[in-house]
Ligand binder design. Sequence first.
Ligand code: AMP
Ligand code: GLY
Length: 425
Amino acid sequence: MNILILGSGGREHALAWKISQSNKTENLYIAPGNAGTRDVGSNLPIDINDFSEVKRIVVEKDIDILVVGPEVPLVNGITDKFKNDPALKNVSIIGPSKTGAMLEGSKEFAKEFMYRHGIPTAAYRSFNAGNIDEGFQFLESLKAPYVLKADGLAAGKGVLILNDLELAKSELKSMIEQSKFGEASAKVVIEEFLDGIEISVFVLTDGKSYVILPEAKDYKRIGEGDTGLNTGGMGSVSPVSFATPEFMGKIEQQIIKPTINGLIKENIDYKGFIFFGLIKVDGEPYVIEYNCRMGDPEAESVIPRIKSDLVDAFIAVDKQTLHEYEMEFDHRHAAAIMLVSGGYPEAYEKSKIISGIENLSDCILFHAGTSKDINTNQVKTSGGRVIAVCSYGNTMEESLTTAYDKAKQIEFEGRYFRTDIGFDL
Ligand code: AMP
Ligand code: GLY
């Protein structure tokens, strides 16, 4: 089969690494990809948010399966557009319909969906320019900290958690009236603060049934001990110690099943990954957010723990035969450490030469912000998050020790990584 993956991060390299191992894969393309994906497939330099460009490639390369890595093309409706195009109707797409993607694309939609289906989540109300005064009153009725969320996609930056009421009011005003997060914050969801520990849970669904993938924990803040600015993610571990069979059972019964049944009941087409961003409060799971894709950097520790052929799983998703499909997982632990550019998530320099990535054993390198200089054959940095180093171990500590040992051998000017991934487990 000919397979095209859209995206260019560590998640997409992890998907490409796995898909390239399937004997069903004839040709693997990654658009636009990075220096790492070149080693497992062919990179195609296109703008993945230009659907006519994507269509051109899909037709030209005779693509059978299109795997959409990031959320933006999904929220913009790539799946519906291709499914309604006679020239593309036979292409299997791993990624939900536009309505399905609204679980990530609109916080209000996701909250209303959860309420309709009795899925545990923080209490909330949403506000816009028409009722902003009620928003101020609602804030006054709550206790700190105040959680303000831009309704739409804001590249992971649209959530503010504030301790001061007056600041919360002025931020609400700036989100709604001064478009702090552009169109995305024309509507703002204000919700109850939940105090607990977070976990990322993933399913692959064909819209009728599902398989639960290994869970993971990611570390979003730039600084040790979860301090400082939010990033795209500084590392992940899988499995997660507090995800006991009992707790995972609660997640399945109270969250996963009602979500899948809700999609079925509401006739929402969904073939792809659902990422449940959860928080454990007093032993009970609550949904913080849905995402319509795999997590990044969670994919870099979850995908290495999938033993089964992922292409077979994707075929089962397309045929809606996932209920007959048994997926096998690796029981070892996996840890992924993200090496980032100095200064990230604020301004940072690019085009730094990366050394030490050849001949590293006992780890898998998933590239994110890298590119290859074809004149010199050198791999250089091209983004904030540069490379995730993933290692296995019989315990979390063992996987982390190996991953850190390898991470230290990779060098580029300004290289930074957190040394405390997994610290809270
Ligand atoms: P989101 O983009 O919805 O995942 O929110 C980003 C981060 O904000 C989450 O990963 C949580 O750490 C935090 N967060 C979001 N909603 C809440 C909430 N209701 N209570 C506590 N923390 C939250
Ligand atoms: N790691 C969080 C995300 O992918 O959104």
